[in-house]
Each structure stands twice: as C-alpha cells, then as structure tokens.
Write a protein that binds this ligand. Structure first.
Ligand code: SF4
Ligand code: SF4
Length: 239
C-alpha cells in the first residue's frame, strides 16, 4: 500500500473522550471519499495564555522539526507571532499561534510543479518529501508564511517513529495526519490540554455535532485573511 493510500484509509480509534468522538467521525470519514469529512482547527485565544509554548515544543518534538538556533535556518510548523489590530500602531500586541491553515483552495498545492504538495480528501494539505524538488514555489505562494524550507540538514531526531526530513525540501504543519490516522490527537492539541489550557481543538468541520462545530456555532470566530479566498480552516476565538 502506498503512503497516500495508507494515509487515506486511516486507523482505529480507541479512546472514548468527547474529543475522541470528533476524531473518530473525521478519521473514519476521511477513508470514505471526498466531502465525507473535513479536518479543521479552533484556537480559543481566551484560553491561550501569553508565554505558553507547549504546542510549539510538542510539535517540534513530535515531527522532528528542525531547530538550529538560528532564525535564518529554523523551521516552524506552529509558531507564536505578535499581532496588533490593523492600523492601530499604538495598540498592545498579543501572541497568537500561527500555523498552516489547510486552505480549502491551497495556493501552495496549485503552484507545486510535481504535485509534492497535495490535499487529502479530508482537507489536510501535505508535502510528500520524497517528491519535493525544492523549488520553493509553495513558500512564495503561501500568503500566511506557513511554509518553511530545510536549508540545512537537521541532526536532531527526537521522535524515531516519525521520519526526519533532509535538507532541500519544503514543509509545513500536516495536522499530525499520522496521529489522526491512528485515532490519536495532534501533538499540539494534546500538549495544550495537558498544560491545562485546552485552547486547541481539532475536529470534523462537516459534523455539526463535533466539538469544533459547536465551538464555531457558539462563538464569534475569525480566520486570517479570509478575503484572499483561500478558505483557511484554522478558526480563532477572541482574535
Ligand atoms: S496556509 Fe499556506 S501552506 Fe497551508 S494550505 Fe494554505 S497556502 Fe498552503
Ligand atoms: S518546494 Fe517542493 S512542495 Fe514546494 S512547490 Fe516546490 S516541489 Fe512543491
């Protein structure tokens, strides 16, 4: 079975938490064809304390994301950025976790000349690192600066269960697809819950009963640069 097929067919889900129910629905749905399930994320900034870096650290550890200690070469799948309201230069900034939006219409996939970047049936946008030729078109096309490039070899390999990328390939968050397909929570969401915040919720946007759909229905949510027409699937509460 090739890797893409493996990712589509998904895994079994064993836990029985409310979050788990969300994951089960979307995980099974992802195996049953286009439109049957659609992964998305909510980040509730009201529950996301300034200075917390639990999601960033967990993502880096889980996915062997390169950290060289030099901002020119470091790769980020999720990172904390300082933002302030548009046009209000004197307004205080606040920290917001930023990651790939798994766009409904991803410009990164549209420009990739070798289809190394593609969208799964469940909406997750993935880079096939074996196909990537390192042209970096996707870095230019992504309006969210969510794509990074491995300019250097990454020596660290904390998670031996997940492959290390070599230099010369592009990458970004894949919503921990390998964990979702096993019925596990994404590393960032798990770490956020373990830290007592519970600000990150990943689930099936097509299921009105899912935790994520209920959060979106009950709150005022914003997505970053919706006006671009990319259809970002990361929703912020309290932005
Ligand atoms: S946020 Fe950027 S990398 Fe992620 S799907 Fe959209 S265009 Fe692609
Ligand atoms: S850098 Fe890789 S993933 Fe990005 S557009 Fe080029 S081939 Fe595709």
């Amino acid at each position: 079975m090739d890797r893409r097929k493996f990712l589509k067919t998904g895994g079994r889900f064993l836990a029985a938490t409310p979050f788990a129910c969300d994951l089960l629905v979307a995980s099974v749905a992802s195996a049953s064809g286009p439109g049957a399930g659609r992964w998305g994320m909510v980040i509730d900034l009201r529950r996301c304390p300034e200075g917390c870096d639990a999601c960033v650290k967990a993502c880096r550890r889980e996915n062997n994301v390169a950290e060289h200690g030099d901002p020119r070469w470091d790769v980020h799948w999720i990172r904390q950025v300082e933002i302030r309201p548009h046009g209000q230069e004197d307004a205080p900034t606040r920290t917001v976790p930023l990651l790939c939006n798994h766009c409904e219409r991803p410009p990164c996939a549209q420009v990739c000349p070798v289809r190394a970047t593609y969208q799964r049936d469940d909406g997750i946008v993935i880079v096939d690192h074996h196909r990537c030729i390192g042209c970096r078109y996707c870095l230019i096309a992504c309006p969210y600066n969510a794509r990074f490039f491995n300019y250097r070899e990454n020596e660290a390999w904390p998670n031996k269960d997940y492959p290390k990328r070599s230099h010369g390939v592009a990458e970004s968050c894949h919503l921990c697809a390998h964990r979702l397909d096993q019925g596990r929570l994404p590393a960032c969401m798990e770490a956020c819950r373990d830290a007592g915040a519970g600000a990150i919720v990943v689930g099936d946007l097509d299921n009105p009963e899912s935790e994520i759909s209920r959060l979106i229905a009950a709150n005022s949510v914003k997505r970053i640069r919706e006006d671009l027409g990319t259809g970002p699937k990361v929703h912020y509460i309290g932005l």
